[in-house]
Design a protein around this ligand. Structure first.
Ligand code: HEM
Ligand code: HEM
Length: 153
């Protein structure tokens, strides 16, 4: 398994823990619901999106019998996603408190998160297009002599 797959799954669990921790505080102290935007991005962009990143980077290449075409891009994606969400969530918290640089943190975090998302889209798209399964489809679904084998690892 690639290191970034495991890293995304673990990062997703860390973001989930932070989202639930903040959620509990909001549930107990309703005045803290001003941090709703931070909570929902920890949950949706942290837990949900990064769980999907990790699972998809592992299974999509195997579904298509085609290794990821850009492993380096997945590594860039991992760090962009972590830095991006850290800055974005910190920026949302800072904005509520009127702290300086809140807008800059949200902007930079949003940009880094978008870079991570773009890496993901390009990598999976190009991997699917590079797949030998396309040749199978071109033959009307009849299997090739060298049909890609599933990789169990
Ligand atoms: C222990 C689990 C959770 C608790 C206790 C919790 C609690 C809360 C609370 C108190 C709010 C603020 C509601 C308000 O503004 O009055 C909220 C908002 C929100 N939460 Fe959670 N949450 C949890 C998990 C999640 C998860 C797993 C997700 C998504 C995957 C999520 C998505 C959202 C969204 C999208 C909002 C904004 C809703 C809106 O603005 O209408 N939450 N949550
Ligand atoms: C590049 C990634 C993302 C960036 C930069 C981003 C940024 C933002 C910003 C700046 C807002 C407005 C917040 C405000 O001014 O209060 C917002 C709202 C929201 N975002 Fe995101 N977001 C991203 C990804 C996502 C994803 C993946 C989801 C869901 C799967 C999501 C769900 C929401 C929701 C539900 C709101 C409305 C919150 C509310 O009205 O309280 N976002 N987002």
């Amino acid at each position: 398994m690639d290191w970034f797959v495991r890293a995304f799954l673990k990062a997703s669990l860390v973001w989930f823990s932070l989202a639930v921790g903040l959620a509990l505080l909001m549930a107990v102290l309703p005045m803290l619901t001003v941090y709703r935007t931070a909570h929902l991005h920890l949950a949706l962009l942290g837990f949900v999106t990064q769980m999907i990143y990790g699972v998809a980077l592992h299974v999509v290449p195997r579904f298509f019998g085609q290794p990821l075409v850009h492993r380096r891009l997945a590594e860039v994606q991992f760090w962009a996603a972590q830095a991006g969400l850290t800055l974005l969530a910190a920026g949302f918290v800072a904005r509520v408190n009127g702290w300086p640089l809140a807008g800059a943190a949200i902007g930079a975090g949003g940009f880094a998160s978008a870079v991570g998302a773009a890496c993901f889209v390009v990598n999976l798209w190009r991997t699917m297009d590079a797949s030998p399964m396309r040749a199978v489809q071109a033959r009307g679904g009849r299997p090739l002599a060298t049909l890609p084998q599933a990789d169990a690892h």
